[in-house]
Design a protein around this ligand. Structure first.
Ligand code: 4H6
Length: 237
């Protein structure tokens, strides 16, 4: 999978994508991530990418022209390289709330362009003509779309075959949040007793079927307590 990120702050991606599982996946050639500076597509000598909002009001708006030409360039490069049009995603508080189902859908594309919004927002004409999906990572406001882009890239990368160890992916497919729609139940590791607290006996029973059943039950219980919304339309009671 190829991911292109369009941002005013390319430096923000240097740390997270180097020192992480995502960085290792890129090194191993499992994902290709490139970061592009919107400013490189400005026309004037000040490299202007923002302007005051029509109708007045505070702050600045990202201009359509640099974003439009940046996406045009990245799409053209992808078309000549792979012949398949990449999907363009804008991270914005106005977007559809990201969930695991959407992440899974995005992984069906060979290439994605993620545009990070800034200032008070992005000229609507760019969104209308170039953006396929507006995505929000949650109902809170950030100074820019860079952190949401990193969240999305991380969620995508861990679904690419080989990025997680085989053992890790196998277990997380069965009881990870969103994957079968349940929250994960409690987990424990050594020592068997810590400050007087012991894990449930069933985890020491060696009975794999019983352990699986306990994990399913604690996952359902916890989901009912913390996120009853996730159980709506869920099989059985
Ligand atoms: C586009 C439009 C995403 C991007 C406006 C982005 C939260 C999320 C942004 C803005 C984001 C999220 C600029 C509006 C700052 C508020 C960047 N915030 N904003 N929940 N901010 O995914 O002012």
């Amino acid at each position: 999978m190829r991911i292109r990120i369009l941002t005013l702050f390319p430096e923000m991606f240097e740390g997270p994508f180097k020192a992480s599982i995502v960085g290792r996946a890129a090194e191993r050639g499992l994902v290709e991530i490139t970061v592009h500076n919107v400013r490189d597509y400005a026309h004037d000598r000040h490299r202007t990418v923002d302007d005051t909002p029509y109708g007045g009001g505070p702050g600045m708006v990202m201009m359509a022209q640099p974003l439009f030409e940046a996406v045009e360039d990245l799409v053209a490069r992808e078309l000549s390289q792979a012949g398949e049009r990449p999907k363009v995603i804008l991270t914005t508080p106005q977007g559809r709330l990201l969930d695991q189902g959407m992440v899974r859908e995005f992984t069906s594309h060979k290439a994605l362009i993620i545009v990070c919004g800034h200032y008070e927002g992005v000229d609507e004409r760019f969104i209308k003509s170039c953006v396929d999906h507006e995505v929000s990572i949650g109902d809170y406001v950030l100074t820019g779309g860079e952190l949401p882009a990193m969240v999305l890239v991380d969620a995508l990368a861990r679904l690419v075959p080989g990025v997680l160890g085989d053992a890790a992916s196998a277990t997380r497919e069965s009881f990870g949040p969103g994957l079968d729609g349940l929250l994960q139940g409690p987990v424990y590791t050594r020592p068997a007793e810590f400050r007087g607290m012991k894990p449930p006996d069933v985890l020491f029973s060696g009975d794999h079927a019983k352990v699986t059943e306990w994990r399913r039950k604690t996952a359902v219980d916890r989901t009912g307590q913390r996120r009853p919304d996730l159980l709506k339309g869920w099989p059985s009671t």
